[in-house]
Design a protein around this ligand. Structure first.
Ligand code: NAI
Ligand code: MG
Length: 353
């Protein structure tokens, strides 16, 4: 199959992990006789530096034409003091909006050989395998007004349109149907009006998915259960900011943020795939970043955008075998095993494929 992928390396460790992942994709193409063409475009701080905007029109156009988009990460201290329209995150929020990426899927699955890389007790995290379905186009990150008022006070707005909630709830029920058929809807319905509507819509929708068992959980209680009883979850669905926070928390189950992939999907358009972590400026340029979150994001790309299940599994198995053989990057605090850098772990994964 011939497919065109736009690569958006971005900032910090972005270029390093995208380079590693491109090599993995090329290996898959060769092995499975596909023709993947890759094109690199600007986003984030590096786009601000070279063309004066975090999201050039050319990037948006290229992404819209592509079969899939693979992104590294954006941001870093260099741009922290820039005015809000000239911030790297604007690039990321802008491309999510432009492609109407409303569903962010974040699978969290621990590897047995990494059980001791987590600060949590092994008996608690063993067997954890869940997926967070995060709403991506609404909520506090997009509500207007969002500004500093003349008197020095501030305002942010939490807004949701009914259809935005409906489509993410449908996506979550469908995701649960192909897993363990267990859905936890997370909100703050005891306080927030948006959460009350969220809960009503889940109740309305559940009659369409009689095979799925659904329960409601308040976000604060869910945050606690995620690390005290993670195996009680299968699919978690929640709004934008709650999902942002809970998915970073859930990464602790896998030992490192550097292990967590994500897929951002539109209703009918192109999908965007990226690691759940940021640009890790503290380790950028050192060659020690963990590329696995991005490599596993490429596996999700093959699965969801290209319907290449065997190819996706080939990547996932190669990552698993590499980790099981005791090799890991510096972010994983594993007892024993051998520490390797970005290039070395990538080579091992490629060899396993
Ligand atoms: P971060 O995820 O970049 O880093 C948190 C910690 O995890 C750091 O100690 C980092 O070194 C480590 N880490 C993250 N990914 C790693 C990897 N692949 N391998 C090894 N270690 C890894 O989050 P932080 O520090 O809060 O933010 C840094 C910058 O990234 C900020 O400018 C922030 O705005 C941006 N950011 C961008 C995101 C995106 O592009 N999707 C998401 C989150 C943050
Ligand atoms: Mg985040």
């Amino acid at each position: 199959m011939t497919k065109h992928i736009v690569l958006l390396p971005g900032d910090g460790i972005g270029p390093e992990i995208i380079d590693a992942t491109q090599q993995v994709l090329e290996t898959i193409a060769k092995q499975f006789k596909h023709d993947f063409t890759c094109e690199t475009q600007l986003i984030g701080g590096s786009a601000i530096d070279s063309v004066g905007t975090p999201l050039p029109d050319q990037t948006v156009e290229a992404c819209k034409q592509a079969d899939a988009v693979l992104l590294g990460a954006v941001g870093g201290p260099k741009w922290d003091q820039y005015p809000s329209h000239l911030r790297p995150e604007r690039g990321l929020l802008g491309i999510r909006k432009a492609l109407d990426l409303f569903a962010n899927l974040r699978p969290v699955k621990g590897f047995d050989s990494l059980l001791n890389a987590s600060p949590l007790k092994q008996e608690i995290i063993q067997g954890s395998d869940l997926i967070i379905v995060r709403e991506l186009t609404g909520g506090l990150y997009f509500g207007t007004p969002s500004e500093r008022l003349a008197n020095g006070d501030v305002v942010d707005t939490l807004a949701y349109q009914r259809y935005e909630i409906e489509r993410i709830i449908d996506k979550a029920f469908q995701t649960a149907q192909i897993r363990k058929k267990k859905l936890t809807s997370v909100d703050k319905a005891n306080v927030l009006e948006s959460s009350k509507l969220w809960r009503e819509i889940v109740e309305e929708k559940k009659t369409n998915y009689p095979d799925v068992v659904v329960n409601h959980e308040l976000v604060d209680a869910c945050a606690m259960k995620l690390i005290t009883n993670p195996t009680s979850f299968d699919v978690i669905v929640t709004e934008n900011m709650f999902g942002d926070i809970l998915s970073d928390e859930a990464s602790v189950l896998t030992g490192s943020l550097g292990m967590l992939p994500s897929a951002s999907l539109a209703e009918n358009g192109v999908g965007l795939y990226e690691p759940a972590h940021g640009s890790a400026p503290d380790i950028a340029g050192k060659g020690i970043a963990n590329p696995i979150a991005t490599i596993l994001s490429a596996a999700m790309l093959l699965r969801y955008s290209f319907q290449m299940e065997n190819e996706a599994e080939a990547i996932e198995k190669a990552v698993e075998k590499t980790i099981e053989s005791g090799y890991h990057t510096a972010d994983l605090h594993v007892n024993g095993g051998k520490q390797v850098n970005t290039k070395e772990i990538t080579k091992m994964i490629i060899k396993q494929i």
